[in-house]
Design a binder for this molecule. Structure first.
Ligand SMILES: Nc1ncnc2c1ncn2[C@@H]1O[C@H](COP(=O)(O)OP(=O)(O)O)[C@@H](O)[C@H]1O
Ligand SMILES: [Mg+2]
Length: 358
């Protein structure tokens, strides 16, 4: 009896241990889940991205139509792909079509296919992308560029899952989840009668808005490292100088993540064998970017004296390099005296920099 009690007690204790371990684990797991650096291929850890990931978790688990909104280069296609890959359809096709890529007739036959003889040159019937996407996800990019006639066809797919290929009389049925994207203001297009209201509400069941990169500059270093990893030659560890990183972190990125990715690819091409990339390799618009106007781009980050000093330093360095470090020539092209230039070179410690590089 006593032994039985002891055993039972031990069982309870170990059960409690197990529970508290499990709880601890799920709390740790929860913390990890609630703060992520990436979601599929989407990189970012700022609070807007955390919110985005939580929303993507929810929409991925459903079949509902999603409208992805955001400026060019904010990752709309990446989001569509992540939704597909986190959904039950992940082993089925993921098909992409940009609605502004073709004229109306071509887009019609691309999306819905055509029957033999539908138009001159249609010697064979052809399957459309909707048919190829059956069972999977269709990412329709730039949906705001669809003509009114195609908007009607799309509405029918969304409502009934049916369509009629160009030149055919036969209705076909498909099971396709649609993720649409646009950088246009669909509500405004609606008011102007350019976008159908019924289609708007069908497409916009859930909308996912992507923040422009300038509103999440804190993620720039993470993205920079990600693109360095992606685009550097395998096994080469390439660093960016701290000045270079700083320029990248301060720029306002009007072209968003796409512009940042291109810039990293560009510096990797131009770095010519050095292990550390310096700010001089950056594109001039980024290197000389000193002043970010307020308003849309957020408040300016520099004081006036800081901005002037930065521009001065960058210009002096540029002119010195062009003059192959001949100070007399650089002073002439800068429009200042040689003595003044020497003073500034000393105060910005540019000479030391030259020696360390040559
Ligand atoms: N958050 C992100 N993390 C990693 N790469 C990104 C991110 N956002 C965009 N990109 C990359 O930037 C480029 C543009 O993204 P894309 O999805 O085509 O943008 P959009 O469709 O909004 O114009 C792609 O190469 C994509 O991989
Ligand atoms: Mg795109």
């Amino acid at each position: 009896m006593r032994a039985g009690l002891k055993e039972a007690l031990q069982a309870v204790l170990s059960y409690q241990d197990e529970m508290s371990w499990q709880q601890g684990r799920s709390a740790r797991w929860g913390r990890r889940q609630s703060h992520r650096d990436a979601y599929g291929d989407i990189i970012g850890k700022c609070s807007q991205m955390q919110e985005l990931y939580r929303l993507l978790d929810k929409v991925s688990a459903t079949d509902s139509t999603v409208l992805v909104l955001g400026e060019n280069g904010t990752g709309k296609e990446l989001v569509a792909r992540a939704i597909h890959e986190h959904s039950a359809r992940k082993d089925q096709p993921f098909v992409v079509q940009n609605c502004s890529a073709f004229n109306d007739n071509l887009l019609d036959s691309e999306l819905f296919g055509h029957a033999r003889g539908a138009f001159t040159g249609a010697v064979k019937s052809k399957k459309g992308l909707f048919e190829l996407a059956d069972g999977g996800t269709f990412f329709l990019d730039e949906i705001g560029d669809m003509s009114p006639a195609l908007q009607v066809k799309l509405l029918r797919i969304l409502q009934e899952g049916t369509f009629i290929p160009v030149g055919s009389t036969q209705t076909q049925k498909v099971d396709v989840r649609i993720v649409a994207a646009t950088q246009r203001d669909l509500k405004e297009m609606l008011r102007q009668g350019q976008f159908r209201e019924d289609l708007y509400y069908r497409v916009n069941v859930v909308s996912v808005a992507l923040p422009p990169l300038r509103e999440r500059l804190a993620d720039v270093p993470l993205l920079v490292d990600h693109f360095l990893d992606c685009h550097a030659e395998p096994k080469r560890k390439i660093r960016l100088s701290s000045a270079c990183r700083q320029r990248l972190a301060e720029y306002h990125w009007p072209g968003n993540v796409r512009e940042l990715e291109n810039e990293i690819e560009r510096v990797l091409v131009l770095q010519s064998g050095a292990d550390e990339i310096d700010e001089d390799t950056l594109s001039p618009r980024i290197r000389y970017h000193d002043y970010r106007p307020g308003g849309e781009g957020g408040p300016p980050t520099l004081t006036l004296p800081q901005a002037i000093a930065r521009l001065e330093r960058a210009m002096i360095l540029d002119h010195l390099k062009r003059a192959q470090w001949n100070k007399t020539r650089a002073a002439v092209s800068l429009g200042i005296s040689r003595r003044n230039l020497i003073r500034k070179v000393q105060s910005y410690q540019l000479e030391r920099r030259r020696q360390s590089r040559d």
